[in-house]
Design a protein around this ligand. Structure first.
Ligand code: NAD
Ligand code: 0WE
Length: 266
């Protein structure tokens, strides 16, 4: 990644998936710009960004056009062009992430989850493509809840389905310009965004028991996949949703022994 420059959106703290990706890209020689969501997070993000020598650390709320304008203008002003984009942003109202999807999903809740978790990638990809003059690569983060029902993931699953479809359409549009666009579908990882999950303990146990690897997802694997997709190693790979989840997505039914363990039986 020597000589490559890119924008990383979605670091909240040291546990963020975007931070694991950023550290790997930095280790491989990339130069990084970072966005943070608001003043409250600047305190956490700035020291991390500075520790990898970042010279661009800008606020960005993806629901605010003026904020997106200012963020990409700052990158263009400093660097002129970029080579890659990391989009690692999602949000739905807490009350949308529990119980019955059909009963609890409000219009506002649906639109807000779609806006922040899916449209923001379309918007960021368009803006990034305008400063990718010699090809490039973009990734976003998704989750299996887009393909299958995961209890309580609810409207986020619908937003992730839209995000993955958007990834394919963006890939088709930008392909002729040598820009690749992919999604990484990670298994559950203990981050701020995963902290608020009611059934968290059960989910991690069930995932570990069910996954082909019989283990939870390591951040290292997600960062490695990001490096592959964002570097020339990933040439010709675009429009893809790549699972990094210990093989959980491949399993139709868990081994009896593993299932009993995950439920604490015998
Ligand atoms: P995280 O809380 O560290 O990251 C989420 C980020 O979204 C935060 O940095 C937050 O500031 C940002 N964000 C939310 N609303 C925003 C807005 N309006 N404007 C700008 N930024 C906003 O948690 P994470 O787990 O690292 O999540 C990153 C991505 O990975 C998300 O897309 C999430 O859906 C996805 N993902 C997470 C897991 C998991 O189990 N943790 C699994 C698969 C996919
Ligand atoms: O994408 C996610 C989580 C995204 C997320 C998390 C929160 C928590 C706090 C979006 N919005 C919010 N809103 C909040 O108020 N993941 C893949 C992690 C995750 O979240 C789940 C999961 C998994 C896995 C929620 C329910 C069930 C499983």
């Amino acid at each position: 990644m020597k000589g490559k420059r890119g924008l990383v959106m979605g670091v909240a703290n040291k546990n963020s998936i975007a931070w694991a990706i950023a550290q790997q890209l930095h280790a491989q020689g990339a130069e990084l710009a970072f966005t943070f969501q608001g003043e409250a997070l600047e305190r956490r993000v700035r020291p991390l960004a500075e520790s990898v020598g970042s010279e661009i650390i800008v606020p960005c709320d993806v629901t605010d056009d003026a904020s997106m304008d200012a963020c990409f203008a700052a990158v263009k002003e400093k660097w002129g062009k970029i080579d890659f984009l990391v989009h690692s942003i999602a949000f739905a109202g807490k009350e949308q992430l529990e119980g019955s999807f059909v009963d609890n999903t409000t219009r506002d809740g649906f639109l807000s989850a779609m806006n922040i978790s899916a449209y923001s990638f379309v918007d960021a990809a368009r803006r990034a493509s305008q400063i990718m003059s010699e090809g490039g690569s973009m990734i976003t983060m998704t989750y299996l809840g887009s393909e299958r029902v995961i209890p309580n993931y609810n409207v986020m699953g619908v937003a992730k389905a839209a995000l993955e479809a958007s990834t394919r359409y963006i890939a088709a549009d930008l392909g002729p310009r040598g820009i690749r666009v992919n999604a990484i579908s990670a298994g559950p990882i203990k981050t701020l965004a995963a902290a608020g999950i009611g059934s968290g303990r059960h989910m991690f146990r069930f995932n570990k028991a069910t996954a082909a690897m019989q283990d939870n997802t390591d951040l290292e694997g997600v960062a490695g996949a990001a490096l592959y997709l964002l570097s020339s190693l990933g040439t010709s790979c675009t429009g893809e949703t790549h699972h990094v989840d210990g093989g959980f997505h491949a399993i139709g039914m868990p081994q009896e022994k593993a299932l009993k363990e995950s439920l604490g039986i015998e």
